[in-house]
Design a protein around this ligand. Structure first.
Ligand SMILES: O=C(O)CCC(=O)C(=O)O
Length: 845
């Protein structure tokens, strides 16, 4: 493979040329590297009729680029509708509230010139196999300013090696491509992966570093865009995906059609087969103001006067590392973790990332997903209630990319850190298998299995009497056929959902968050990418799949346990969205055992009425509907009753009771879940108790009241259930007896008890909960794909995903829970109560 690099450089930017010559190792050799004199914007103004004559072409700007504020708003909405993140309003105004600028035309002419040069090379003897790397003169291989020349050389060599490997791989896989981005600004979500490192490019701007194949060069030139040039950043994405701006689509489509000899262009996309490296490899240089003595005075407009910036100026970490290297690794990690967590500024976290590569001691830090996720969420907290997150390979990667994209990277964070994260990988051995084994073998006293009922054998009437009205949880096995109406399960897979709804922004829970954001928005596709990266995330690792033996194993286990301790309490994000894709709603029928859901009936009637009215009144304002809408809360139970639940192995739902007196059924589409349940706990005096091991803390508002603080499920299993099971021998007999230590006591009891033996209030409550367990053990069961779990109203339950899982769950109200639901709704949603009462009358009538 012959790779020719074209560097686009303005003659007057000698500084940039020097920068490139200094930082790109093969520039000095002068080989296979061509500087192309970029066209000056001024030369456009100098031309008559605003036409730029350059290298035998007449470049003319496309007209009609300018948009007024209403159109800009529309553009922004369209951008969102296409599942892409629109540019900032300021950028939109900057670029679209004026005509194409002279500089943009000049930039277009420069790229066009590079394409022409490439074409000339292709026509030379032996040139046909060449590839062309087009680089603008402000490129760098670090996301923020790094001065060290050697580092640049090293990194550029790595980048080239990776590019070479990937090109070979694409060739081996017979993947045809025209353009491959090395760096860009992605607005939204990429298409499917092509190789481990590359994917089909989603809508991307910033053409500062891209590779062109011979077909790419020819396709670009065949468009003849010079007579109606638009910014290169808009042209390129419009050639492989839908551009939010109609003008661009129109223009590009007509050009594509002409290039294809008049054939219809179809959608604008797909003319250019554009790929991208999933991980950015080339960035645009940030602006630094260099003072006397070679000192950096300003970095991206920021004054570098504080101690953090000193780090940047003195280039760099080695000094610091040597001065603190006498501290133990654990202490160092703690100091930095504290600095990160307690500081609101992003600097400490990015410093940490920087230090990782300079000193092995810090490598350890990279496994602290908890830290990076927290750092990210902390930075996002200032933005909005439910911020959007685009996950990038790891929490560190996401944090770094957010820093560089949104905040112009405030410190030196470099690529090696990401690689290092990868190397460290996720691990973790939680011992869930051994807990499960104990649950099976010695849980008789504290545990009872949830009743299993085979769907094809069930008598609906009996089921309703025994389970629904009897408030008894059940595991309905093998429900696919009954629920999917004969359609194959293969039609309902995550892959199918992804294909259609990959770009859909959905709600994702941040489990256990005590501060906002409690939920974030992620696209389904990006969440799945996150899920894939979670192998071993959280405390439930791959190793749990199978228990192994041996001494070696034991050592490994100890090491992993140590690592795990550091991540104690960490749970993966949990996809929990009430905007369930239509495809799923259309496919899944509620099981026949729950076919009398009043909420379903109301929702159905309202939808039918709405459609009827729409037909009759064709757009007139509908007072009746307005009244109805006023009747309900926002959001109401009608909006929040059906959920798509997706989570990686190790994720799950902490102990909770479903809201508003509803019951629920949960259909597992794929994966495996462990369920633990417990009936509403009341002691002899009728006082409500949480399940054992679930604390209530005083509400933070200071107005009295308590909030339930359930621990992560795995922590509960280990900290509360396991000690209970350990009390009991394999033969089911109690080992330590009633007077021995028990779960409630073990947890921090020493500190809580006063010296004279006086029991604290919490201890007392734990004691009563434990007593209750004697008569009412926990219920448990493992749900396999195709099973439905029934959760009666008021039941406490928690769930741990034993494998990556996809489930659909629905809360419902029927005659069995009507009274309890109405009682709750009277206070919380009086409007809903009226609708339910109406529905009840109608069904009885
Ligand atoms: O699948 C899960 O994590 C359980 C969901 C659940 O408990 C609920 O929706 O109430």
């Amino acid at each position: 493979m012959r790779l020719l690099t074209f560097l686009l450089n303005l003659k007057r930017r000698r500084d940039r040329r020097l920068w490139l010559e200094e930082t790109i190792p093969w520039a000095q050799a002068g080989k296979e590297m061509v500087f192309i004199d970029a066209v000056e914007g001024d030369s456009v103004a100098a031309c008559r009729d605003q036409v730029l004559l350059h290298h035998g072409f007449r470049f003319r700007k496309a007209g009609g680029w300018r948009m007024n504020s209403l159109e800009l708003e529309g553009l922004q909405e369209r951008w969102v509708a296409l599942g892409q993140n629109p540019p900032d309003v300021i950028d939109l105004i900057d670029y679209h509230a004026r005509e194409v600028s002279d500089q943009e035309l000049a930039c277009f002419a420069t790229h066009h010139l590079a394409w022409c040069r490439a074409d000339e090379v292709l026509c030379e003897p032996g040139g046909g196999e060449s590839l062309f790397l087009i680089l603008e003169d402000d490129v760098t291989v670090f996301p923020t300013f790094v001065r060290d020349r050697e580092l640049h050389h090293l990194r550029w060599r790595e980048v080239l090696a990776v590019v070479g490997e990937e090109v070979e791989r694409l060739k081996r896989q017979c993947v045809q491509w025209d353009l491959l981005y090395l760096g860009r600004n992605l607005h939204g979500y990429d298409g499917p992966s092509v190789t481990e490192r590359t994917c089909h490019a989603g809508f991307s701007t910033c053409a500062h570093a891209y590779l062109l194949s011979s077909t790419g060069v020819r396709r670009l030139l065949s468009l003849g865009m010079h007579d109606c040039a638009i910014p290169v950043d808009d042209l390129l994405p419009a050639l492989y995906s839908e551009h939010p701006k109609a003008l661009v689509n129109q223009l590009v489509r007509s050009k594509i059609s002409a290039a294809r000899g008049g054939a219809r262009a179809g959608t604008a996309g797909r003319f250019l087969r554009a790929l991208a490296f999933k991980e950015e490899m080339v960035w645009q240089l940030e602006t630094c103001v260099i003072g006397r003595d070679d000192e950096i005075l300003q970095h991206n407009g920021r004054d570098l006067t504080n101690p953090t910036s000193l780090l940047i100026r003195s280039n760099i970490a080695q000094t610091i590392v040597s001065s603190i290297s006498s501290l133990s690794a654990t202490l160092l990690v703690k100091i930095f973790a504290m600095a990160l967590v307690e500081s609101d500024a992003p600097a400490p976290a990015s410093m940490l990332a920087m230090l990782v590569e300079t000193c092995r001691l810090f490598r350890d830090v990279m496994t602290r997903k908890q830290l990076w996720r927290k750092a990210l969420l902390q930075s996002l907290r200032r933005e909005e209630e439910e911020p959007c997150v685009v996950f990038r390979s790891s929490w560190l990667g996401t944090y770094v990319s957010m820093l560089s994209l949104r905040m112009n990277a405030s410190s030196i964070v470099y690529f090696g850190a990401l690689r290092c994260w990868r190397r460290s990988g996720g691990s973790g051995r939680s011992g869930v298998n051994s807990i499960l084994r104990r649950m099976r073998n010695c849980g008789a006293r504290w545990l009872r299995e949830i009743d299993s009922v085979r769907m094809e054998e069930v008598d609906v009437g009996d089921f309703k009497r025994v389970y629904d009205r009897g408030r008894r949880p059940a595991m309905l096995r093998g429900c696919q056929r009954a629920m999917l109406g004969g359609r194959g399960e293969s039609e309902l897979t995550l892959a199918c959902l992804l294909e259609i709804y990959g770009n859909k922004k959905s709600a994702v829970l941040v489990p256990g968050a005590r501060d906002p954001p409690y939920t974030i928005k992620m696209s389904l596709g990006n969440y799945c990418e996150y899920m894939r990266s979670c192998r071993g995330e959280g405390e439930l690792g791959e190793a749990d799949k199978e228990d192994r033996g041996g001494e070696e194993e034991q050592q490994e286990q100890e090491k992993e346990q140590e690592e795990q301790k550091q991540e104690e309490g960490y749970e993966p994000l949990y996809f929990f969205d009430d905007q369930v894709p239509r495809l799923l709603l259309d496919m899944i029928r509620p099981p026949p055992t729950f076919d009398d859901d009043l909420l379903e009936l109301i929702a159905h009637d309202r939808e039918r009425e709405r459609r009827g009215r729409e037909r009759e009144q064709a757009g007139e304002e509908d007072e009746e509907e307005e009244d109805e809408r006023d009747l309900l809360g926002n959001p109401s139970l009608l909006d929040e009753r059906r959920w798509l639940v997706i989570g990686p192995r190790g994720s799950g739902s902490r102990w909770h009771v479903d809201p508003k007196g509803t019951s629920a059924w949960n259909f597992l589409i794929s994966g495996r879940k462990l369920w633990i349940m417990c009936r509403d706990c009341k002691d002899e005096e009728g006082e409500e108790l949480n399940p054992l091991g679930v604390l209530s803390l005083p509400a933070l508002s200071g107005q009295g009241g308590k909030v339930v603080e359930p621990p992560p499920v795995l922590q509960w299993l280990k900290g509360t259930l396991l000690p209970l099971l350990c009390e009991e021998g394999e033969d089911g007999k109690e080992k330590s007896g009633r007077g021995g230590e028990h779960a409630g006591r073990k947890r921090g009891r020493g500190e809580q008890s006063s010296e004279d033996g006086e029991e604290s209030e919490e201890e007392d409550v734990e004691e009563r909960r434990r007593d209750l367990l004697n008569s009412r053990p926990f219920l448990w069961g493992i749900q396999e794909a195709g099973d439905v779990v029934f959760i009666p109203r008021g039941y406490w339950h928690c769930v741990l995903n034993l494998e990556d899982s996809v489930a659909f769950t629905q809360n419902f109200i029927n005659s069995a829970n009507l009274r309890s639901a109405m009682k709750k709704l009277e206070e919380e949603e009086p409007g809903m109560c009226k609708l339910i009462a109406r529905a009840v009358t109608a069904t009885r009538g």
